[in-house]
Design a protein around this ligand. Structure first.
Ligand SMILES: Nc1ncnc2c1ncn2[C@@H]1O[C@H](COP(=O)(O)OP(=O)(O)OP(=O)(O)O)[C@@H](O)[C@H]1O
Ligand SMILES: [Mg+2]
Length: 404
């Protein structure tokens, strides 16, 4: 059975959305920020603040930083910081393995001070890392500042790193947080990748995933950059959809059309910042990955010609062709959107159910019809050469640009 990774000779999914240090691409921006943070901890600067738009790689950087320091420091990583001062203290103490005397705030502060004193002899750092720090309530931020006051020693063992979205910087400028803001010695903004880095980034991830036989041609990369503006998460989402589009059409090279197809099928405009929208992207990514892994497998058992790579002399010249079904127009692709969808003999609920398909399964659409109740049915071509009918209720249909 041909699956998508096999098709491209990859050993791993290259555009997974987890902040995996193995896939860390050392762009200039990412490296500079990492260097600053390492320096801040090394030099005991106290507070550092890094902001960046969603998806630029903040959490990824934190993962690398933790790798760097985990043997030399006590590290508390707070990922969901919507916590009261007490809850925050409790989370920090738990992370650095301090037995909690009680959850009484004063007791916890005392325990924390003891730890600082204990480590002052060895110089072992205590690092509190707050991801999504824009969500920290003001009184908890104030508590953080007070914590850093605890140290009586000259040495500042406690290092606090605040990581968050750009609004965090504004938030800290409010009069009641001025005191904290003034203590932050390192402030930086994580910017997206440049155009050439975006291209390198794509190659880099493909190499990490086993390289295989897949490549994005120059126009595809250009389109990827224009859409993503160099934001790694958006690059990943679009690139993996483009990969699927290429896979479905049997192309080993990802072309501009594949990227366009991917962009056209994103839920929303690329510049969106909101978390909901991003969550949407992430969800799309997840569906996509599911589609790639589970579904596309099914549509790959088609005759050999579709699988062989096109060696087009000029990028995009041949566009995408799907063996047998595209006649110069558009190919419609159906993705199953429910856990398990019935595949029937005819375009009606009464028609015999002959098979089923799991979430993410991908099929080519050959035809459509409405039944007596107004429900739309799609005639789909399956991997084994059979045709089935599937209800619109359980699927998402999108178009993919055909040969041009
Ligand atoms: N330097 C990088 N190298 C490799 N992958 C990266 C890099 N930066 C970001 N990514 C990828 O981009 C995606 C988003 O990264 P990450 O989760 O770190 O962003 P973020 O800034 O924390 O986003 P958010 O604000 O939504 O929390 C992940 O899939 C991650 O693997
Ligand atoms: Mg993050």
């Amino acid at each position: 059975m041909m699956d998508y990774l096999k098709f491209f000779n990859l050993t791993d999914d290259p555009f997974r959305l987890t902040p995996d240090p193995l896939y860390y691409y050392p762009s200039q921006e990412h490296n500079e920020i990492l260097t600053s943070l390492n320096y801040a901890i090394e030099q005991k600067e106290g507070f550092s603040l890094i902001v960046g738009e969603p998806g630029t790689g903040k959490t990824t950087i934190l993962r690398i930083l933790i790798e760097n320091w985990k043997d030399r420091a006590e590290i508390a990583l707070i990922m969901t910081p919507r916590l009261s001062p007490e809850e925050f203290l409790q989370a920090v103490l738990e992370d650095i393995n301090v037995k909690l005397p009680s959850v009484n705030k004063n007791e916890m502060i005392k325990a924390f001070r003891d730890i600082l004193i204990k480590h002052s002899e060895t110089g072992r750092r205590i690092i509190i890392i707050v991801d999504e720090a824009q969500n920290v309530p003001d009184e908890t931020l104030e508590e953080l500042r007070l914590l850093s006051n605890l140290e009586t020693e000259k040495e500042k063992l406690l290092q606090i790193i605040l990581m968050g979205q750009p609004e965090l910087r504004k938030k800290l400028q409010a009069p009641h947080l001025k005191q904290l803001d003034q203590r932050i010695t390192i402030k930086a903004t994580l910017k997206p990748l440049t155009k050439s880095e975006t291209s390198d980034y794509v190659n880099f991830r493909l190499i990490k995933a086993g390289r295989g036989s897949v490549s994005f041609d120059d126009d595809a990369k250009k389109a990827l950059y224009i859409m993503s503006k160099g934001i790694p998460r958006l690059i990943n989402i679009v690139a993996s959809r483009a990969l699927m589009a290429a896979f479905v059409s049997g192309n080993g090279t990802i072309k501009k059309d594949h990227v366009r197809y991917a962009i056209d099928h994103l839920a929303d405009a690329p510049q969106s910042r909101g978390y909901l929208k991003l969550a949407g992207y992430v969800a799309l990514g997840v569906i996509l990955i599911a589609a790639i892994i589970f579904g596309a497998v099914k549509s790959m058992n088609r005759p050999q010609p579709a699988v062989t790579q096109e060696k087009s002399p000029k990028a995009g010249a041949q566009g995408m062709s799907i063996a047998g079904t595209v006649q110069g127009g558009q190919q419609r692709i159906l993705t199953v959107s429910v856990e398990s969808a019935n595949l029937r003999k005819g375009p009606s609920l009464e028609a015999e159910r002959v098979s089923s398909a799991g979430r993410g399964s991908v099929f080519r659409v050959a035809d459509e019809k409405k039944d007596g109740t107004g429900r739309r049915w799609y005639r789909i071509l399956s991997a084994d050469g059979n045709e089935y009918w599937i209800s619109e209720r359980v699927a998402i249909v999108g178009t993919m640009a055909g040969t041009q």
